[in-house]
Design a protein around this ligand. Structure first.
Ligand code: BV8
Ligand code: ZN
Length: 255
């Protein structure tokens, strides 16, 4: 098993060595070793509620207090955790490629920025930000505790988490930038995601050029504990905890 992993790590490093533009699509798995629970491991349940029920605009209209309890609990948990070596390895890779390196994350925990990544597209929003349901103001409030029905300091209307819920569109500018980066990249690293949520998972075929108009197909490298919906599209599969495998790729690149 170990030599399969070594061979996969060598192939991953080879793909990156010749890459001009690199994109990384991350999901909850990259934060798992920091102590942030993933979605599907906890079989998507939270205090008896399915995530898809709580993380929806209907859920928020039906019971905003319950939804704020859910998000305040996650904000409190994330305020106690730190980035893990996988986050730091991605920040180190960014230093090598600079502007030609982009992290597109489905995570809302802010750990990529905390680890030093600067080119980060948070396509599902962030636990750090609130959005006003009245005037639309978006505010970065860090992870300080918010009441169960926080009100906008400007217009007194109810605040919501600045998070993309199920059935909601992704923020157009961020999603557009993520699609463009995936279209242009030579290598897409897919790290710690089950690749079941759309449209985020569409970035993988876009990077491969399966959506057409891409002169040279991109190389997809999957970093996960197990095979996922993305594996069939991956050219390389690096199976192990990303907090261990990503630093090993940096070592192979002499970073
Ligand atoms: C949209 C914010 C339309 C919330 C999230 C049927 C019914 C309803 C909707 C749909 C449907 N079918 C399809 C849809 C669309 C839906 C969707 O895709 N649903 C899925 C569940 C089928 N998508 C949407 O609703 C999107 N919006 O379509 O709008 C529209 C368009 C235009 C105009 C109007 C409307 C919105 C999707 C965004 C939803 N919000 N998050 C919150 O976080 O509170 S999604 C949520 O899932 C998180 O963002 C999370 O990141 C994301 C994906 O999960 P993963 O990150 O992959 O996490 P998961 O636990 O699944 O996997 C972890 C992986 O890590 C595993 O593979 C595991 O093996 C691995 N791992 C674990 N430990 C490690 C590891 N790997 C490496 N190392 C380790 N140590
Ligand atoms: Zn307001």
């Amino acid at each position: 098993m170990a030599d399969d992993l070594d061979a996969a790590l060598d192939r991953a490093a080879d793909a990156l060595r010749s890459a001009r533009k690199v994109v990384v699509l991350t999901g909850a798995g990259v934060s798992a070793e920091s102590g942030v629970p993933t979605f599907r491991a906890s079989d998507g349940l939270w205090e008896g509620h399915r995530i898809e029920e709580v993380a929806t605009p209907f859920g928020f209209r039906r019971d905003p207090q319950l939804v704020w309890q859910f998000y305040n609990a996650r904000r409190a948990n994330v305020s106690k955790v730190a980035p893990n070596p996988g986050h730091y390895a991605l920040a180190k890779l960014e230093q090598r490629w600079g502007e030609d390196f982009m992290v597109v994350t489905q995570n809302v925990d802010g750990l990529h920025r905390a680890a030093g990544s600067r080119n980060v597209l948070e396509i599902h929003g962030s636990l750090h930000r609130t959005r006003c349901t009245g005037c639309g103001e978006i505010e970065d409030r860090g992870l300080e505790p918010l009441g169960e029905l926080p009100a906008c300091p400007r217009c007194a209307e109810l605040l919501r988490p600045d998070i993309v819920w199920f059935h909601e569109p992704l923020p157009a500018a961020v999603w557009g930038a993520a699609q463009l980066a995936s279209h242009e990249c030579d290598v897409l690293l897919v790290v710690g995601t089950s690749a079941v949520v759309y449209p985020a998972a569409d970035l993988i075929p876009i990077a491969k050029g399966d959506r057409g108009l891409k002169p040279v197909p991109g190389t997809v490298v999957e970093f996960n504990l197990t095979r996922t919906e993305a594996s069939v599209l991956a050219d390389v599969g690096v199976y192990g905890p990303s907090g261990q495998t990503l630093p090993k790729v940096c070592e192979r690149l002499g970073l």
